[in-house]
Design a protein. Structure first.
Length: 188
């Protein structure tokens, strides 16, 4: 790995670590609860914005906590999930549209500089990799983990935007539903 790509990877890991640190500080200080209380008055807009944060590496951890807080008092749960998932899908589309090429470039760089180049390239063009990669990418999008890795995989797999939109909406809905359900169970 050359210096440029190593620096980029370290920078991304640094910002991801900062995101988790900020989430912990916000939760421990009570600021997330305050923010959620103020956002609660925003109704659907607040839920949509929190959902938008669910998809980005730098805001996933704090957004998960805010979604958890907002879901505790919101009913019906299915409406909460749809609005938040639409926000997450919006962010995914933005990332997919503008950052996909950069992430795809990084993965391509890693593939081309592997020691077993021919085997590695053949694996990326196999049908098994397409289905397995699609499954892994979809699971990453459903989880509170940052979606960028899943979006990079979708970019590498050359997934069409028309197929990407329902997959993103559905998988984000599953992840947000689990968060909302946990919030309801804990508060009951």
């Amino acid at each position: 790995m050359d210096g440029f790509h190593k620096k980029k990877l370290l920078k991304d890991l640094f910002f991801l670590s900062i995101s988790f640190f900020v989430a912990v500080v916000l939760v421990r200080s009570g600021l997330v609860h305050e923010f959620a209380r103020h956002t609660d008055g925003w109704g659907f807009l607040g839920i949509f914005i929190a959902g938008m944060g669910f998809s980005s590496a730098f805001t996933a951890a704090p957004a998960t906590v805010v979604l958890f807080e907002l879901a505790q008092d919101f009913s019906p749960i299915w409406l909460f999930v749809i609005v938040a998932a639409l926000g997450a899908m919006t962010t995914d589309l933005i990332i997919f549209r503008f950052l996909r090429d950069g992430l795809d470039e990084d993965i391509t760089y890693l593939v081309e500089h592997s020691t077993n180049l021919a085997r590695f390239r053949a694996m990326f063009h196999s049908r098994l990799f397409y289905w397995f990669g699609t499954l892994v990418a979809a699971l990453v999008i459903a989880s509170p983990l940052p979606d960028e890795f899943g979006l990079a995989l979708f970019g590498l797999l050359r997934l069409d935007k028309k197929k990407f939109i329902p997959v993103s909406l559905f998988m984000n809905s599953i992840g947000i539903f689990i968060i909302a359900l946990a919030a309801k169970i804990i508060t009951d």
